[in-house]
Write a protein that binds this ligand. Structure first.
Ligand code: 0WD
Length: 260
């Protein structure tokens, strides 16, 4: 019997089978979790429905996280369906393509606002609605990237949004601790997905990181395995943390120039 038997949770951010959120969903489903999915934009429904049904889920609801009314509606539906939930996965990010390359100083006001709203504030908005559905405590998980801490050219405004997201993780962890709700993030190494394809030069940075990281590139399944731990009872007192699943890339200083 899987360790998530009888546990229920919501997953935000599956866009297709390459999404990191899908890797997490598969890992949790393997452990017996019951999952509900939320996606942004009608176009995605056709792609998500077969994925969700392949792991026995038929809770698939549209929700644009920039829209408070849509979030309210989603949580009403989740409460009707599940009563209470045990976990929530936030695997959502967006920035206009023109702000994911070139000079950072040219970031537009609207691009900055959108990136922070969708990639960071949305976690607060979702957490606030999830708390009443977690009367016995629970766990939340968001996705971040090393570009939050160190300059990663072209990641630009998304690096700033991820820095804000990592701070948000800590403030939420503090605020929700009394509710027995844990909040953590996984800082994943680069993985080819729809979102990462929007960052200029992504392909080259994926291969660079793969060559420098002690254990090379990571996969959706690697992130899923860490999520299995962090969202579950084994991680009972772990909160406010950013856990690297990056093949060890973040421990490296200058690369080995002899090998280069
Ligand atoms: O290398 C990577 N792929 C890494 C991704 C390394 C480290 C972290 N991450 C993060 C991303 O920044 C994001 O937070 O992981 C998370 C998931 O990203 P992903 O799996 O790489 O990308 P993708 O499959 O595109 O999922 C992100 C999804 C959106 O996809 P699209 O491609 O349609 O923009 O975020 C969702 C959407 O499904 N999303 C929204 N959801 C609700 N409301 C919204 C929105 N307004 N905008 C985007």
């Amino acid at each position: 019997m899987g360790s998530y038997e009888g546990k229920r949770g919501l997953i935000f951010g599956v866009a297709n089978k390459n999404s990191i959120a899908w890797g997490i969903a598969q890992a949790l489903a393997e452990e017996g979790a019951t999952l509900g999915f939320s996606y942004a934009g009608e176009a995605l429904q056709k792609r998500i429905t077969p994925l969700a049904s392949s792991i026995g889920s038929d809770f698939i609801e549209e929700c644009d996280v920039t829209d408070d009314a849509a979030i309210d509606e989603l949580f009403v539906k989740a409460q009707e369906r599940f009563g209470s939930i045990d976990f929530l996965v936030h695997s959502i990010a967006f920035a206009p393509r023109e702000d994911l390359g070139g000079r950072f100083v040219n970031t537009s006001r609207e691009g900055f606002r959108l990136a922070l709203d969708i990639s960071c504030y949305s976690l607060v908005a979702l957490a606030r609605r999830a708390i009443p559905l977690m009367p016995n405590g629970g766990s939340m998980l968001a996705m971040t990237y090393y570009g939050a801490e160190k300059v990663t050219p072209n990641y630009n405004v998304m690096g700033v949004a991820k820095a804000a997201l990592e701070a948000t993780i800590r403030y939420l962890a503090w605020d929700l601790g009394n509710d027995q709700v844990r909040v953590n993030a996984i800082s994943a190494g680069p993985i080819k997905t729809l979102a990462s394809a929007g960052v200029s030069g992504f392909r080259k940075s994926l291969s660079y990181v793969g060559s420098v990281a002690p254990m090379g590139n990571v996969t959706q399944a690697d992130v899923g395995n860490a999520a299995r731990f962090l969202l579950g009872d084994w991680a009972r007192k772990i909160t406010g943390e950013v856990v690297y699943v990056d093949g060890g890339y973040n421990i490296m200083g200058a690369p080995d120039m002899e090998a280069a």
